[in-house]
Design a protein around this ligand. Structure first.
Ligand code: GLA
Length: 354
């Protein structure tokens, strides 16, 4: 029976820059979704995470169910729109990627199905097409107005590397990720309730600003341009142009193995997004501050913010101790069901057994 592994992702730096076509630097991780499946004449899937089995006729693909299966229906819709008409699938989805925690569980699910359909129905889609179809499913069917960050990372991930991506041209570079650094993902346990409105709100400001300044991408905006914007817009866009620069600097820091500089850029990124983009939370700020107190190299929120997870970079031999100490302090102050994982980089969604 074919088996797919589709990873989640962290974003090392370059947050909320993808919907203004700026720079990002994500990494696929070894937490993700497995899909074991056989081709079938219907869509018949079981999700262990949701403890639910759903069977639908292929004629039902455009009927939104307001459930996890919508990510899969979204993929079918996007494929049908392209005049690709794969048959059905029967299988089971399970794994170790926490849902709604800022680690792209939705993109992971979308790409798991896409890779399966591409494999079994000979769709001949390349990686970039897979990532773009995943994004289309998320935007058009599920209705989340996200950028390309998540689907690109989940598709193009490579073990041992972070991905430096220009989200305008979609040109990318694999940057070796130092072997002596561990990445701790600390999940706040806070449900991301504000995420939907908060995200759309930020996106509108960014799109309006690009229009007002007559630019295609935030990469083209310089500090002086900001004078033409109202104060709130100036504040938000100021963060974005500084963040784009930090992604470039982080790429250079990684290439030179300058871990101190990398850590410093992460902290700057977090403080800036908290103060000027206002998508952090007191829990995320607490994790960042506390991890630095215990000797982390750097830390910041990862993903959309508003709860979710923070990443903490630490030297490998110190990581477990730092993670434990942060956890102890966190549960003294907050009552959420928080937890952490020390993750590794991973390949993108692919077939692991055929
Ligand atoms: C979510 C979206 C991405 C990106 C991040 C913030 O993960 O899906 O497209 O905008 O938030 O960097």
């Amino acid at each position: 029976m074919p088996k797919i592994f589709s990873p989640g992702r962290i974003n090392i730096i370059g947050e909320h820059t993808d919907y203004s076509y700026g720079y990002v630097m994500p990494m696929a991780i070894n937490l993700g979704n497995y899909l074991e499946y056989v081709p079938y004449d219907k869509i018949s899937l079981r999700s262990d995470a949701y403890n639910e089995e759903i069977e639908l006729d292929l004629s039902m693909i455009n009927k939104k169910q307001n459930k996890w299966i919508d990510y899969i229906l979204g993929i079918y819709n996007a494929l049908f729109e392209l005049n690709l008409k794969p048959g059905g699938i029967k299988g089971r989805i399970y794994g170790n990627l926490p849902i709604s925690s800022g680690l792209s569980s939705s993109a992971s699910l979308e790409l798991a199905i896409l890779v399966a359909l591409n494999n079994s129905y000979n769709l001949k889609l390349n990686k970039l097409q897979l990532a773009l179809i995943g994004k289309k499913a998320e935007n058009d069917f599920v209705g989340v107005p996200s950028g390309i960050l998540d689907q690109f990372a989940v598709t193009f991930g490579k073990k041992g590397f972070a991905i430096f991506l220009d989200t305008e041209t979609l040109s990318y570079e694999y940057i070796p990720f130092p072997k002596d650094i561990s990445v701790i993902v600390y999940n706040t346990g806070v449900k991301r309730e504000l995420a939907k409105t908060g995200y759309a709100d930020r996106k509108k400001i960014v799109e309006d600003s690009l229009r007002i300044l007559n630019k295609n991408s935030s990469k083209e905006i310089i500090e002086k341009d900001l004078e033409k914007l109202d104060p709130l817009y100036r504040k938000r866009m100021g963060y974005i142009i500084r963040e784009n620069n930090r992604v470039i600097n982080a790429k250079e820091a990684l290439k030179k193995n300058n871990l101190e500089l990398l850590g410093k850029l992460l902290i700057e990124s977090h403080n800036d997004i908290a103060k000027n983009y206002e998508v952090s939370s007191k829990e995320l700020d607490f994790i960042v501050e506390t991890s630095m107190k215990y000797g982390a190299l750097g830390a910041r929120l990862t993903g959309a913010g508003f709860g979710g997870s923070a990443i903490i970079l630490a030297l490998r031999d110190k990581a477990e101790k730092i993670a434990e100490s942060v956890h102890k302090e966190y549960i003294k102050v907050f009552e959420y069901k928080s937890f952490y994982n020390i993750v590794e980089s991973n390949d993108g969604a692919n077939i692991i057994e055929n």
